[in-house]
Ligand binder design. Structure first.
Ligand code: TMP
Length: 244
């Protein structure tokens, strides 16, 4: 399956089911709506591959879904992404500016895309969400943790993931996966200690929120990881495998 970002996030809504989805409130119980699933991990961990594979699984079973990425996922967010990652004048960007830009992209994405999708009964798969800010800006950039948490809460409101998969790989594996020709971005110019801190901070998050966050050994074959994720999702969210 080809996911394209240039014109915004991918939405898959089977024609046969779209018109029958009743409008619902996001605050309704997770048992009666589709889950909000996020993927996290350092660069090269394989999360984007797993996002695509999960999207393909949902398509096979006929579940409507939306795939988003951060920063980005809306026209405003994609402009912020360009500014954060590739703008020629972004080298001197302060950590505080960076934090606010990630939050700005996220608050737009939540209100323009994620909440409306969940309210329509669509499953949402997010390639990064607020845990990235906790880890990259809070732990690795060492910005004030309380401010980061408050800004995260301000950006997302009540839109909190139902389940988060953190794909964990060591720095060497991650580096080897990133060596194919690609457009290197500003965030990838960091020293290797930065990535060690990112990895450790993700593992810390899993320890603190074991009910929401699942640690996945990302060094295994992609098929094995995909099966693991799908099994976890089906056991946690039975509505993914039933027709109601
Ligand atoms: P990626 O999604 O291709 O990995 O690129 C996103 C980059 O932005 C990655 O280096 C992680 C970084 N990032 C943050 O530092 N904070 C955030 O809140 C988010 C969403 C991403």
């Amino acid at each position: 399956m080809q996911l394209r970002w240039a014109h915004g996030p991918q939405v898959y809504v089977p024609a046969a089911t779209y018109s029958t989805i009743a409008p619902a409130c996001f605050t309704i119980d997770i048992m009666s709506r589709m889950p909000f699933i996020t993927f996290e991990g350092s660069e090269g961990c394989g999360k984007s591959t797993q996002v695509k594979r999960l999207a393909a699984c949902l398509e096979r079973v006929g579940i409507p879904f939306l795939v988003t990425r951060e920063p980005g996922g809306t026209p405003v967010g994609e402009s912020i992404r360009e500014l954060l990652q590739f703008a020629p004048h972004n080298a001197g960007m302060t950590s505080e500016t960076e934090l606010l830009l990630f939050e700005a992209s996220r608050s737009q994405l939540v209100r323009e895309m994620i909440k409306p999708a969940l309210e329509r009964g669509v499953c949402v798969i997010a390639d990064r969400f607020f845990d990235s800010t906790t880890v990259y800006q809070g732990a690795a950039r060492r910005l004030d943790r309380e401010i980061v948490e408050r800004l995260n809460a301000f950006a997302v409101g009540d839109c909190v993931p139902d389940i988060t998969f953190v794909l964990d790989v060591d720095a060497e594996t991650a580096r080897s996966r990133m060596q194919q020709p690609r457009r290197a971005d500003r965030m990838e110019q960091q020293p290797s200690e930065f990535y060690e801190q990112v990895r450790e901070a993700y593992r810390d998050l899993v320890r603190h929120e074991p009910d929401r966050i699942t640690l996945i050994d990302g060094s295994r074959e992609a098929d094995e990881i995909e099966n693991d994720i799908w099994k976890t999702l089906c056991s946690r969210f039975p509505n993914l495998t039933t027709d109601d």
